[in-house]
Design a protein around this ligand. Structure first.
Ligand code: NAD
Ligand code: ZN
Length: 360
């Protein structure tokens, strides 16, 4: 048995208003005055002076506003990298992602692709990255994905939806300022919060479970329950707690794996562009037979928060389209193995997946 030697984020700040420390944190990392910091910022913040005016721009530093409408694609990552290289003579001092999982993944991917030649599509997989990334910082404004701690950046490429998993992927610095999440729309707060809840259920019920993952997963699950089942308001305490739940959920899966919901949600994402949080909810809603307790509790949360989980998104698909989703899902072998053990192929047939997708 060989155990994973897992890299962790070496520096993290936590606290309301800690975003104000960004300037003093990054300035010592400036390599020279021509080498900019590039801020990858969710375009939902464009014109939002409360946030944008606090971004510590100096010299030729630049904000690039990016839409989170679509999940990151390899071709966009390559394009951002090419544009940055064309505009600046020097390699940037750092890349700072400000937003939800989409911006965090863009920041990680661009930082990696500034030092690794070729297309990001060449690096979708495990440990294909050869050179350390440019210094990169993650600042979540939406809690749940765990992208702030993870060793991957999930990308949709020409052939697959798969992350660039590597020791160079994790952020060098994370700033956890729960206040930044205060204006997230309620539905999105729920969907991405449920991503975290589902990480916990898939990790804690999986065959890969171990004390390391369990210790983080249980804490995260407790926090999710407090926020989504016990509390009446989305108050400051909830913002703090779900931000830490996301962190712990990410730490939990780092040393185990996700499961059925994620495998199938990747299929929806690849074919239909369904975003991760809502896609996980659509799938998880139909997974009683795999996660009876988790799905029961999930439904209580949906009810309490009066969330609509879309139904019927697969109703007009043809055989070819179902097959694409099934191929993507079946390709995620470690997820199935974690969920159901080494013999997973006995229960998970193409017909089985088709019948589940048809319910969605
Ligand atoms: P997101 O980043 O896609 O954002 C969802 C929506 O919320 C967007 O419309 C965005 O503009 C909005 N938003 C974000 N912060 C806001 C704020 N403070 N106020 C108002 N609106 C705000 O959502 P997400 O669920 O955080 O991230 C999903 C992405 O994360 C997917 O691309 C998925 O693949 C990725 N992901 C990565 C990992 C990883 O380990 N790298 C893990 C899970 C998911
Ligand atoms: Zn997830």
């Amino acid at each position: 048995m060989e155990y994973k030697n897992f890299p962790m984020v070496p520096r993290v700040v936590f606290g309301r208003g800690s975003f104000n420390q960004l300037g003093e944190i990054i300035e010592p990392k400036r390599t020279n005055k021509n080498s900019p910091f590039i801020f990858i910022v969710d375009d939902v913040f464009k014109g939002n002076s409360w946030l944008v005016d606090r971004i510590p721009l100096k010299n030729n530093d630049k904000i690039i506003y990016v839409s989170a409408h679509e999940e990151p694609k390899t071709k966009y990552v390559d394009q951002f990298r090419d544009d940055i290289e064309a505009e600046f003579k020097e390699i940037p001092s750092g890349i700072i992602g400000i937003g939800g999982g989409t911006m965090l993944d863009y920041a990680k991917a661009i930082a990696l692709m500034l030092t690794n030649p070729g297309s990001s599509a060449d690096y979708q997989g495990w440990d294909l990255i050869k050179y350390p990334a440019v210094y990169h910082v993650g600042i979540p404004t939406l809690s749940g994905t765990g992208a702030e701690v993870s060793r991957t950046t999930v990308l949709t490429g020409p052939e697959k939806k798969l992350g660039m998993n590597s020791d160079y992927t994790p952020f060098d610095q994370v700033i956890l300022d729960p206040e930044l999440t205060k204006d997230v729309p309620d539905n999105q707060w729920f969907y991405t919060g449920m991503d975290c809840y589902i990480h916990c259920i898939e990790s804690l019920t999986g065959t890969y479970l171990n004390a390391f993952s369990q210790s983080y997963g249980e804490k995260s699950l407790d926090l999710c329950r407090e926020v989504f089942l016990e509390k009446e308001d989305r108050d400051k305490d909830s913002q703090d707690k779900i931000m830490m739940a996301s962190w712990h959920g990410g730490m939990s899966i780092a040393y185990s794996q996700v499961g059925v919901a994620h495998a199938m949600s990747y299929g929806l994402g690849y074919l239909l562009g369904t975003k991760h949080g809502i896609g996980n909810c659509i799938v998880f809603n139909q997974l009683e037979e795999f996660y009876p307790q988790g799905v029961k509790e999930f439904k209580q949360m949906v009810k309490k928060h009066q969330i609509d989980i879309p139904k019927g998104i697969c109703k007009d698909l043809n055989d070819e389209q179902f097959n694409i989703m099934i191929d993507v899902a079946l390709g995620l072998v470690p997820l199935w193995e974690n969920a159901l053990g080494k013999d997973w192929q006995k229960t998970i047939t193409r017909e089985k997946l088709r019948s589940l997708f048809e319910l969605m």
